[in-house]
Every structure is written in C-alpha cells, then in structure tokens.
Design a protein around this ligand. Sequence first.
Ligand code: TPP
Ligand code: MG
Length: 348
Amino acid sequence: MISQGASTPLRFIAPDGQAERELPVFADRAALISFYRAMLLTRIFDEKAVALQRTGRLGTFASSLGQEAVSVGLASAMRKEDVLLPSFREQGAMLWRGVSPVELFLYWGGDERGSDFAGPRGDFPICIPVASHAPHAAGVALAMKLRGEKRAAVAVMGDGATSKGDFYEAINISGVWRLPAVFVISNNQWAISVPVGRQTAAATLAVKAMAAGIRSARVDGNDVIAVHNAVGEAIDRAISDQGPTLVECVTYRLGDHTTVDDSSRYRSDQEVSENWPSEPVARLRQYLTAHEGWTKSDEENLIAECHNLVGEAADRYAAIDPLEPKDMFEMTFASLPRDLEEQRNQLS
Ligand SMILES: Cc1ncc(C[n+]2csc(CCOP(=O)(O)OP(=O)(O)O)c2C)c(N)n1
Ligand SMILES: [Mg+2]
C-alpha cells in the first residue's frame, strides 16, 4: 500500500460512502464506529470551542472542520507507548489519546495547565511555531532507538510546515539515522491565506521524502481508514527498524484558519462548497448506514452523547479559577533566570 510519492491518494471509501476496494482487516464494525464517534466528537468539540471564543470565553482557536479523519486516523493507528507531537489543529488525535476536553479548553483559554495532560503524559503539548516540533520528533525517535525501545514518534503538521527548514532537517536526519519516526502531513491546501501551489513547485508533498531517502505514502485524508492504514504501516516499519515514513494526507480546511481569520477574503465560496461533498464525517456515516446497519437513532444518540460530553467539559472549564498573572513564571523554567525573577517579584 505504500509507494514513493504516488500521485493518486489512496482511499478505501469514496466520498459517496461506497467502498472502492476491500477494507483492511482492522476496519471491522466496532473499529469503524469508534472512528466515527471520535470524528463526530471532534466536530462537536470544535463547534463548542468556536462558540466559546465568540462569546469571549476562549482565546484564539483553530478548528479542524473537514480534517477530522486525519487526526482520528493517525491517533487510532498509534499504540499507547508511541509519542504524539501535535500541531495546533489536532484535537481529534489528542482526544483519542486521552487528553481531556477540559484540558483543551484550558489550553486555548491561555492556561498552561491545559498542557499538563493527566492522560498521555509522554505526549508533547500543542506546537504553535510551525514545524518546530519536527526536529523534536527526530530527537524523541533517537532516544527511543538508543534505548532499544519498540516505540515510534508521530509528528503531525500542515502543508505549510513542509516549506520550513525544520521539516527538511528533521526528515533528513531521521533518514540518515533510520529513526522510528512518522511525519504525518495534514495537507489542507492552505497555510493561512497561501495555497499549497504557491509555496512549493513539488508535484505532491509526499515526494519531498525522496530527497531524504525515506519512504512515503499519499492518502485521501478524508478517508479515516486510509489514514489509519498508512500510519499503522509506517509505525510497524518504524518499530521494526525499517526507518521513518512521510505520510501525506490530502484533505481540505473547510473553516477559517483560526477564529481571527476570515477566509472569504482570499478564497471563493465556490471552492469551499466544492469541497464539502468530500468531507470525512458524512462519508463514513454513509458507509456505516449502507453496510453496518447504522440507524437514525444510533446517530441521534451519538450526537446527544457528544453534546453532553462537550457541554459538561465546558461547564467544568468555566468553573476553574484562572491562574494568577505571576503563575506564568512557573510554567517554563525549573529555576528562573534572574531577569524573569525580577519581573515576577514586581507582580507580587
Ligand atoms: C514559525 C512560525 N511562523 C509563522 C507562524 C504563523 N502561522 C501560524 S499557522 C501558519 C500557517 C500554517 O500552515 P500549515 O502548516 O499548512 O498548517 P494549517 O494551519 O493549515 O493547519 C502560520 C504561518 C507560526 N505559527 N510559526
Ligand atoms: Mg495547511
């Protein structure tokens, strides 16, 4: 299933919900329903987060509308002992890994306690500086390799991130040292207002792996099965000392870049509406309805369950006392440099 920079993204389920090829063995009813639940939860979480931001209860927020299959597909392919290094649009992956919705609300509300996960303590916090976590992933993978552990580091970033030096350096050294790293690219076609065609002359993002001498896969990022399959294979190779993989997931950002963006200023409504029929949640729902007996009441129950879960998390978030301004000094350094100590003292 893996090819060097294949030009047609691999998929199992077409946008209309029909299977185009035999599904992999992991894709049984229970697995598909768990993926569907996670994607729907992510969508409902995103809606709530945007609503909280609009009413002044959250800072800037980056919705993953349309990209849920990338996030859920990659996380569901990871084992507990692997390490996730997310960028800022991967709430689907983080929730799957056991980060709580309250922690995510805290983070986007500007509270660093949201990065101190009670669940996946080995996972990295959200990375805002574009691609700067790619070298971190190589470092994590090197540590795993030196310790002889059968674990993989999985970093996820956008199309824009693949234009950064950090990205090239990370895939290069991962190739040289044959590190157990997986670089997942969520190619949503836009880096804020810059379309992918204006930031690279490469035919695909997957072909960038060739210069680093590493393997690549290119999949339909709106098909959760294709994403899970490719990342699962990449992890299998990573932990059996066959080196890193770059997985390009071709998707589309249906929403604004963040809550401080207005994408109608740089792309047409027509482009966005043309991409709606390919979105991942309806695609899997149509498959489940046609092939796995998913009913209207299953759907309604799941929607209600997700709304309850997210609503309760929002209430708990609202009840948490904010940090004191001086607490910001406690979050970064084990022992504070003198200049910051002086600033902290000025506050107290
Ligand atoms: C080093 C750095 N430069 C600039 C920014 C501002 N910035 C935030 S997101 C973004 C675009 C990222 O595009 P992409 O990698 O495609 O990810 P997407 O937002 O589409 O998920 C930029 C330039 C940043 N966060 N970090
Ligand atoms: Mg992008």
